[in-house]
Design a binder for this molecule. Structure first.
Ligand SMILES: [Cu+2]
Length: 174
């Protein structure tokens, strides 16, 4: 028992020592620059984020805000509730939009109907002036549900210090 523990300790110690001069192989194994070439994702997306087919980077119509939008979970199933997370940057200040309002909805224009649910934004911690700061410009909206397959148009309206602007994208639920 003692011997085994001692040997284990030794091998850990050797491994740690051995890795110090041999930085090249271990560094190559975790080289972050290797990740983008391995996965066909948008190179402007943060490399730490997992590949997500619903993740998008959008600029609002009047180019006021830049958003990254992702579903949570990333590939919602038909009839299942999911969240939509929008991270908003003010393009004028280059800063995250902390004190804004982001309203999301989804419709099937070809069918003339919306969702059966009424999504609500996770307000975060609001003070008594009804100001709800969103650290990092992150806005989570809960209660999305695509109840049928096909093309859903997701609309996003952003209200902030630089004005009101909006954008949309089409997501096909297969
Ligand atoms: Cu429909």
């Amino acid at each position: 028992m003692m011997r085994a523990a001692h040997v284990l300790f030794l091998s850990i110690g050797l491994g740690a020592c051995g890795s110090t001069p041999a930085t090249a192989p271990s560094a190559a194994a975790v080289d972050p620059s290797a990740a983008p070439s391995a996965a066909p994702v948008d190179p402007s997306a943060p490399s730490a984020a997992p590949a997500d087919p619903s993740a998008k980077t959008l600029t609002t119509q009047s180019r006021t805000y830049e958003l990254s939008v992702a579903f949570d979970p990333p590939a919602p199933e038909m009839g299942a509730l999911f969240d939509v997370v929008a991270t908003v940057v003010d393009r004028r200040t280059k800063l995250p939009l902390v004190n804004g309002k982001v309203t999301l909805n989804a419709r099937m224009p070809q069918h003339g109907h919306g969702m059966e649910t009424d999504p609500a934004q996770d307000a975060g911690a609001c003070d008594k002036d009804r100001t709800c700061p969103h650290e990092g410009g992150v806005y989570r909206t809960k209660g999305f549900k695509f109840h049928m397959g096909g093309e859903w148009t997701v609309t996003i309206e952003v209200v902030g210090a630089s004005g009101t602007d909006s954008t949309s994208f089409v997501y096909e639920l297969k």
